[in-house]
Write a protein that binds this ligand. Structure first.
Ligand code: ADP
Ligand code: ADP
Length: 243
């Protein structure tokens, strides 16, 4: 039973008086608790798929065909209000370079409180408790809650970004290049953290990267993209042996 089921998705951009298919008839499904890798060169369409699933494609991008089922509803058919609610509560997005986009004038606690959608209906103590819980999940000692982004290392900033994605207890996380730009040692730490979150929280994730070894170390199954198409897919270890 699929949590996310993308069927025949095609996304076009205008180009030179015609159109270019950034995503070309792509179909895939993700089961609950699974990490699905999406790997391919820059420009192969990975981020466009992520934006389409998040329903955050910007004009002139156009979904010209396909369906995106999340927990049984087709996201392309929902109202923008329904999509906004799903995006806040059930699907979390870690966009590319999110760690560089943290609000520089907010400390970690404030960023997490703002990311918490239900903060209006929660007491101060409940909010503090949820923030402590999520900081522990990403391996940040609670003393860092008062720190500002410039006081954190790149790896710690990425942990904050992951905490922001987790804070609403989403069913699905879409992580676009979450280890890119980090030192190799730190990449390994972040991969271990994500793997651990999959195990302990049963996290489901679409993990996007141009870096095949990184994807191989994390994903259960992997899709390989080229020029908007899925050109190979399967069990990640089996793919690694044949490539
Ligand atoms: P990836 O994430 O794999 O690097 P993208 O999804 O960003 O790939 O891009 C896929 C294709 O869509 C590329 O050929 C790119 O040039 C094109 N594209 C992306 N954004 C735009 C845009 N705003 N306008 C026109 N073409 C775009
Ligand atoms: P609003 O917050 O005004 O209701 P949206 O929910 O559409 O509007 O989100 C505004 C922006 O916040 C989006 O363009 C996107 O970059 C980011 N965003 C929304 N939902 C999420 C999410 N679940 N995870 C990460 N980023 C998100």
């Amino acid at each position: 039973d699929a949590l996310l089921d993308v069927q025949n998705l095609t996304v076009q951009y205008p180009k030179d008086g015609g159109t270019v298919r950034a995503v070309d008839a792509v179909s895939f499904a993700l089961r609950k608790g699974e990490v699905l890798g999406l790997v391919g060169e820059s420009g192969s369409g990975k981020s466009t798929i992520a934006s389409a699933v998040m329903q955050l494609l910007k004009p002139p991008a156009l979904v010209s065909q396909g369906a995106i089922y999340f927990a049984g509803s087709d996201l392309t058919q929902l109202s923008s209000e329904e999509v906004r609610r799903l995006r806040g509560n059930r699907i979390a997005w870690i966009p590319q370079a999110a760690m560089n986009a943290l609000n520089p004038v907010m400390n970690v606690r404030e960023q997490l409180a703002e990311a918490l959608r239900s903060h209006q209906s929660m007491s101060k103590d409940e909010i503090a408790e949820r923030i402590d819980e999520v900081l522990a999940q990403v391996g940040l000692a609670s003393r860092w809650a008062a720190a500002f982004p410039h006081e954190l290392s790149g790896g710690m900033r990425q942990r904050v970004v992951i905490a922001m994605a987790l804070v609403n207890k989403p069913d699905l996380i879409i992580a676009d290049e979450p280890t890119t730009g980090l030192d190799v040692m730190v990449q390994v730490e972040i991969i271990k953290l994500l793997k651990n979150l999959q195990r302990t929280l049963g996290l489901s994730m679409v993990f996007i990267s141009h870096d095949l070894p990184v994807v191989l170390s994390l994903a259960d199954r992997t899709l390989i993209m080229n020029q908007g198409k899925i050109v190979d897919q399967g069990n990640t270890l089996a793919l690694a042996k044949t490539s």
